[in-house]
Ligand binder design. Structure first.
Ligand code: PAD
Ligand code: ZN
Ligand code: ZN
Length: 376
């Protein structure tokens, strides 16, 4: 079909309002403007963050919106001035831009590009218009990439070309979940060989933290989840023990401090809950333990804990998409995957046609999946 320059009609999953389930609609996707790229999405994962969008607990989202941010696809057409890719290239949309020009992009030690949604909401393209309409209404973008649409438009700073041989239904996980978890261990915590680690929350992101801790040479990796069904995969990926907080009368941080000789070297919160964040910090070793916050906290929440936990030398830090400068790192992660350096495929418990997206969210809510990949 001769589509470049024309509006494309295709299927997309639209969240019309907070608390409403996704509904599959026919949407119109306008052609890309200057420095934009239109991508045919081939596969997209469902991340816990997409669920936060449906419940209204992700900041600065405008409705109606097309969520989805863990995709992989093929460039359909490019706008004026795009030089980094061409139609037919395999690409991964990036949920965190790397504009290459802002103060953060110019610093070597942060990936928090100042074009991030948290500073400059990405609900419309940079020219403040949307490329999506449905039933005559404007539909918003999500993180500029909206991968729950068969075709989607994004700025060229939020998409990167990858290896031509990459299997798109697997490497879509590099757009968020795997990169976030693996990088939280390697880049943010900088886990050291022989250390002890505790990972709170064993979803797709938490299990990727487990893989990162193992790759970094940690000798003790304790997985913590209230759903014991997650323990088999966690152990397969490198967890040395798994704990269910519901099995203990005392708080889980006390159990961890006892079993690790005064606390772990690194703790990761990968649930998105303030209680587990405080528990993770309190399970760190006094004087040197590092707690990394990966889970997205509830919208508008405020943290409260005993400041002595920090006064006595523990460190609390956040990790945004694993600390990777995404444009530079995602192609390298894909290449390492192609060389067999890690196998995030094990995280994909279900591959479903896009039309079954609601079934995918039901599986996520029931705790019966790790990562669900939808294919168009
Ligand atoms: P998920 O829903 O697949 O996994 C969450 C896991 O936490 C599940 O296995 C739950 O059973 C478990 N859990 C729930 N409550 C508790 C509890 N009280 N104690 C222990 N375990 C519990 O989500 P996910 O793995 O896709 O995402 C996890 C979080 O990471 C979520 O908040 C998401 O928004 C966030 C995230 N952060 C970034 C980032 O850049 N920091 C990127 C992507 C996702
Ligand atoms: Zn995500
Ligand atoms: Zn930037």
């Amino acid at each position: 079909m001769d589509t470049p320059g024309k509006t494309i009609k295709c299927k997309a999953a639209v969240a019309w309002a907070v608390g409403k389930p996704l509904s599959i609609e026919e949407v119109e996707v306008a052609p890309p403007k200057a420095h934009e790229v239109r991508v045919k999405v081939i596969a997209t994962g469902i991340c816990g963050t997409d669920d936060h969008v449906l419940t209204g607990s992700f900041p600065k989202v405008n409705y109606p919106v097309i969520p989805g941010h863990e995709g992989a696809g093929i460039v359909e057409s490019i706008g004026e001035g795009v030089t980094c890719m061409k139609p037919g290239d395999k690409v991964i949309p990036l949920c965190l831009p790397q504009c290459g020009e802002c103060a953060s992009c110019l610093k070597p030690n942060t990936n928090c590009c100042l074009k991030t949604h948290l500073l400059e909401p990405q609900n419309l393209m940079p020219d403040k218009t949307s490329r999506f309409t449905c039933q005559g209404k404007l539909v918003h973008h999500f993180l500029w990439i909206s991968t729950f649409s068969e075709y989607t438009v994004m700025p060229d700073s939020t998409v990167v070309k990858i290896d031509d041989g990459a299997p798109l239904d697997k490497v879509c996980l590099f757009g968020c979940g795997f990169s976030t978890g693996y990088g939280a261990a390697l880049n943010t915590a900088q886990v050291t060989p022989g250390s002890s680690c505790a990972v709170f929350g064993l979803g797709g992101v938490g299990l990727s933290v487990v893989m990162g801790c193992k790759a970094a040479g940690a000798s003790q990796i304790i997985g913590i989840d209230i759903n014991k069904d997650k323990f088999v995969t966690a152990k397969e990926l490198g967890a040395t023990e798994c704990l269910n907080p519901l099995d203990y009368k005392k708080p889980i941080q006390e159990v961890l401090v006892e079993m690790t000789d005064h606390g772990v070297d690194y703790a990761f919160e990968v649930v998105g809950c303030l209680d587990t964040l405080t528990a993770a910090l309190a399970s760190c070793h006094m004087g040197c333990g590092v707690c990394v916050m990966v889970g997205v906290p509830p919208l508008g929440s405020r943290l409260s804990f005993d400041p002595m936990l920090l006064f006595t030398g523990r460190t609390l830090k956040g990790s945004f998409i694993g600390g990777w400068k995404m444009k530079d790192s995602v192609p390298q992660l894909v290449s390492s995957y192609m060389e067999g350096k890690f196998k995030p495929d094990i995280l994909i418990t279900h591959t479903l046609p896009f039309s079954k997206i609601s079934e995918g969210f039901d599986l996520l809510h029931a705790g019966k999946s790790i990562r669900i990949v939808l294919v168009f």
